[in-house]
Design a protein around this ligand. Structure first.
Ligand code: ATP
Ligand code: MG
Length: 587
């Protein structure tokens, strides 16, 4: 006989089985929830990288938790310990659309403060909330149930996460609080990581802006000398965009760095800064100068260097001009001193020559008297002089002495003279008057016809009058015209038309005068020396080399102006003069 179960036993068995099934189901539910919870933790952690910014992260966190717990009211508060303040960057709320954004924390005045300071979860029932509302410790609408859990990272509260119900005092259970606590650690870590990432992104952006607003070219290279960084200035200089530059050989993009390749390699290996100053290079036909500084990149494990290139052309030119003017003024002073010393003996020599000439040839009573006393005839003496060419020799002495005196006079103008007469002058009229003067200049006419030279003018309409010594400025213009006419006079190509362009421009506090010719120009060596006294390329007797030095003196010393030259060999020469004027003073 098999075992027969009576009804009671059967019922018990069934109940037992049902309990087992229930327990299993509970276990399965627990497992399901546990998997869901684990998934939520993963999702929150992933969101740190997958979201764009902190705000996106907050809403993702809410989205994940809402799936888990169904939260009609939720907020995240972030605590700033230093400022002792709390801000609520994210909330979902059925009633309050404007929760306080940033507020000083007061433990007694906010539920959030209560959680932060207790550093523990706070579960508030309806009665507890009514009590707190009475004590004015609730901001906004009073809920029927409120749970807040602290977000703790490395033992520090960084904020809280809170959930609430406005209508159901039993909406949440203690279990919901436990779940919130279980995810809070992950949420805290995620928020902090994102805060750091946001900060780094901001910092990167900030650095990027700094780098791009620098006037220097900044190029990052790796140890294979391929471009890793390329700032705006580098893009402007080369016309190559950042995205096209990255990964290319730096030499390919900036060929002039080829002479610095060894330095770059050395800097990366030795971790030392290398500099190469005042390198010259050609840009659109002009010579430019730049400083190149190579900084080794000392970062974790990535070898490379940053190359900084600063264009210092203006600075170099200014320095050269200053050295030039300094040199000129001291040479000028020297020349003036010498001229003074030579002037007197020279005058004595010339006067005495005149006296000798007179006494040998002049038909004067004193000559005749002495000749008679000695039994000589003036006629014979004259004849002797003439046949021995003595009078011509004396005339030669006189003539060469005259030439020397002219040079001395020029040299004397290096000395600051008090007879400079300053008057308000119209420079356009002065330039055109000097052109007329040049056309009729006898010395000039002997060599080339100034009238055949084409004269173009480009005068700004509102050139102010300039205080200057009319005679001296005319002397400067005349020197420039003579030099230009001489330079443009090309016997080998008589067909070529000679042409001057005269320009007047108004600049800040200065009037700029330009005299441009289309002559052969001059090389850099000549340009560097042409303002020096006695520097000339003209054959002996044709030029003294004083024209430009005197002119320079008149402008720089007497008028406190500037004078310099720009020349393209084979094409043209432009002399530039800048004379100061005083704005607002009607002359
Ligand atoms: N417009 C120009 N084009 C080319 N070279 C020039 C020009 N002006 C001046 N120079 C050069 O500069 C040199 C110096 O000029 P500067 O006027 O000082 O002396 P100079 O003309 O040689 O002699 P001086 O003016 O005393 O008769 C000239 O010999 C010439 O080589
Ligand atoms: Mg000259």
């Amino acid at each position: 006989m098999g075992k027969e179960l009576n009804t009671n036993q059967l019922v018990n068995k069934i109940t037992e089985q049902k309990q087992k099934i229930d327990a299993l189901e509970k276990e399965a539910e627990k497992n399901r929830f546990s998997r869901k919870l684990t998934q939520t933790l993963f999702d929150i952690s992933d969101a740190v990288m997958s979201t764009e910014n902190l705000n996106d992260l907050y809403s993702s966190i809410y989205h994940f938790l809402n799936k888990l717990l169904n939260l009609p009211n939720f907020f995240i508060a972030i605590y700033n310990e230093k400022k002792s303040s709390v801000k609520i960057p994210f909330f979902v709320d059925q009633f309050d659309s404007k929760i306080f954004y940033e507020k000083s924390i007061d433990v007694n005045a906010s539920l959030t403060g209560e959680v932060i300071l207790s550093q523990n979860p706070v579960f508030l029932t309806e009665e507890m909330l009514i009590e707190r509302s009475r004590q004015k410790r609730i901001v906004g609408t009073t809920p029927k149930q409120w749970i807040g859990v602290p977000l703790i990272v490395q033992k520090k509260v960084i904020g809280i996460m809170a959930i609430q119900s406005y209508d159901n005092p039993q909406y949440f259970t203690r279990k919901d609080q436990d779940i919130l606590v279980a995810v809070s650690n992950q949420v805290g870590i995620a928020i902090e990581r994102k805060q750091n990432l946001d900060e780094i992104a901001l910092l990167q952006n900030y650095l990027f802006n700094i780098i791009n607003s620098m006037p220097s070219i900044l190029v990052g290279v790796n140890k294979r000398q391929q471009v890793t960084q390329w700032n705006l200035q580098a893009q402007m200089e080369t016309g190559i965009r950042l995205e096209d530059a990255v990964g290319k050989d730096v030499i390919e993009l900036l060929p002039r760095l080829s002479q610095n390749m060894d330095q770059i390699a050395e800097s990366i290996v030795s971790k030392q800064v290398k500099t190469s100053l005042k390198n010259s290079f050609q840009k659109k036909g002009d010579i430019q100068y730049e400083d190149i500084i190579i900084y080794p990149l000392i970062t974790n494990g990535v070898d490379g260097a940053v190359i900084r290139m600063d264009n210092i052309t203006d600075q170099v030119l200014l320095e050269e001009m200053m050295i030039q003017s300094e040199k000129m003024l001291s040479i000028g002073g020297l020349a003036a001193g010498m001229a003074h010393e030579i002037n007197n003996p020279l005058a004595g020599m010339m006067q005495n020559t005149q006296v000798v000439y007179q006494r040998l040839s002049g038909d004067i009573p004193a000559n005749n008297k002495v000749a008679e006393e000695l039994g000589l005839k003036m006629g014979s003496i004259k004849e002797f002089m003439s046949r021995r060419g003595i009078l011509e020799t004396l005339e030669m002495i006189n003539k060469t002495g005259g030439r020397a005196a002219k040079i001395i006079t020029n040299m004397l103008s290096f000395a600051r003279k008090s007879d400079t007469v300053f008057k308000a002058n119209d420079l356009a009229a002065l330039l055109l008057d000097t052109v007329e003067l040049a056309k009729n200049d006898y010395d000039l006419k002997k060599q080339y016809d100034f009238k055949k030279i084409c004269i173009e003018t480009e005068f700004d309409p509102d050139i102010p009058r300039v205080l200057c010594d009319e005679g001296k400025i005319q002397q400067v213009f005349l020197n420039l015209f003579k030099n230009g006419a001489h330079a443009m006079h090309d016997i080998s190509n008589p067909q070529k038309e000679s042409r001057f362009i005269l320009r007047l421009k108004k600049e800040t506090n200065m009037v700029r005068i330009e005299v441009e010719d289309n002559g052969p120009g001059m090389n850099e060596d000549i340009q560097k020396r042409l303002f020096e006294p006695f520097f000339t390329t003209k054959e002996a007797g044709k030029g003294t080399g004083l024209g430009l030095s005197v002119s320079y003196f008149i402008i720089a010393n007497d008028h406190k102006g500037k004078m310099y030259v720009k020349s393209t060999p084979g094409k043209c020469t432009t002399f530039i003069i800048q004379l100061p004027y005083f704005d607002g003073i009607d002359l």
